[in-house]
Ligand binder design. Structure first.
Ligand code: ACO
Length: 323
């Protein structure tokens, strides 16, 4: 059977770093409160004029170089983002153009913080359906542009950045010994819209809007939803907390990650954490964390990696793969 194997990854973070101490000067907050409630110490914020396409392009180039693949070999680009440069066209198409790709197709995918897991699953289906051989999957966000910088309950939580992976069709035998994506499970439930949304949009207000969140409500649902899709991944593959090598969760909040790992009996030394350095970069957080753990030598070929995300919608999902 065909498997979608990650053959390279890359990331990009804007140069400008905003620490908790910097935020203390603009809103009524403290380094101590932010670290205790979220684990976040700093976040990167895009410079003036620096857009999602800029970040996504740099991450994409890094992933292509890491994979040793030319853009001519890519059949499809999927960009997970909730902060596109324009209402249309898709930012993926702008990145496709900048990379010099004239063939194939590119489109955006919108599942907020779960976007990368949704995009990876979609890419896997294109590859296993024989519609694409090599797919570039990018998660890129400039969440700083949709934050209300006067609202201390949200503005301290998010950051900007981008990460990308290249997937390639390879032959497998259908067992978990295969490299590539072994299972994926996606879910959504629109009844939770009011708990986490942006209060603007082209067809409602004609404005971009700002992120609004009932943080405690999101927190209440997060651990249950995360464990739901991870248990589904374990049931589908026969793998478990002991047999995975790395848990790379969406980086929203250290307390949510710790509580999920505890419930699933995944030991802390198997959990990749970047939320302290990046904040919540939405669809970019998982590929950013993957790129970091590959660069520092933790993730190696053959490792079993568990990805998970939960975000606005609500949307949530898991992907289990062998690197
Ligand atoms: N600094 C100081 N005090 C603050 C801040 C801040 N930045 N923000 C809120 N507070 C205050 C509140 O006003 C409140 O004060 P009060 O008791 O006087 O009313 C107090 O701190 C406690 O507020 P809570 O909201 O109850 O704090 P909580 O412990 O729930 O932590 C947090 C808030 C961090 C937002 C938490 O609820 C959380 O992480 N929720 C999940 C968020 C999340 O994961 N979102 C993912 C979104 S992904 C996506 O799709 C975009």
């Amino acid at each position: 059977m065909i498997r979608s194997v990650v053959i390279g990854c890359g990331a990009y973070l804007p140069e400008n770093i905003v620490t908790n101490a910097d935020l203390e000067k603009t809103v009524d907050t403290s380094d101590e409160w932010i670290i205790q409630r979220t684990g976040i110490k700093q976040r990167h914020i895009a410079g003036e004029g620096e857009t999602t396409a800029d970040l996504g392009e740099k991450a994409a180039r890094a992933a292509l170089a890491n994979a040793g693949v030319e853009i001519a070999d890519i059949d499809l680009i999927i960009l997970a983002t909730s902060t596109p440069d324009n209402t249309f066209p898709a930012t993926a198409v702008e990145i496709q153009h900048r990379l010099g790709m004239k063939h194939g197709a590119a489109f955006d995918m919108q599942a907020v913080c779960s976007g990368f897991v949704f995009a990876l699953t979609t890419a896997d289906l294109y590859i296993r359906g024989g519609q694409a051989h090599k797919v570039l999957v990018i998660g890129a966000e400039t969440f700083s542009r949709i934050l209300d910088w006067e609202d201390r309950t949200t503005c301290v939580l998010f950051g900007d950045g981008a990460g990308a992976v290249v997937l390639e069709a390879q032959e497998g035998v259908g067992l978990t010994a295969d490299r590539g994506i072994l299972s994926s499970h996606l879910r959504s439930d629109g009844s939770h819209k009011s708990k986490l949304f942006v209060d603007g949009g082209p067809s409602s207000t004609g404005t971009v809007g700002h992120l609004r969140m009932q943080g405690r409500e999101v927190f209440k649902h997060a651990v249950g939803m995360i464990t739901d899709v991870i248990v589904a991944a374990f049931d589908a593959t026969g793998l478990n907390a002991d047999t995975i090598d790395w848990f790379v969760p969406h980086q929203a909040n250290k307390r949510i990650i710790d509580a999920s790992a505890r419930k699933l009996k995944i030991p802390p030394e198997k959990v990749v954490i970047t939320v302290d350095q990046h904040g919540n970069t939405s669809a970019a957080s998982i590929p950013l964390a993957l790129a970091q753990a590959v660069a520092d030598g933790r993730i190696n070929q053959g490792d079993i990696i568990l990805l998970e995300a939960m975000g606005g919608g609500f949307t949530w999902g898991s992907v289990l793969l062998r690197w």
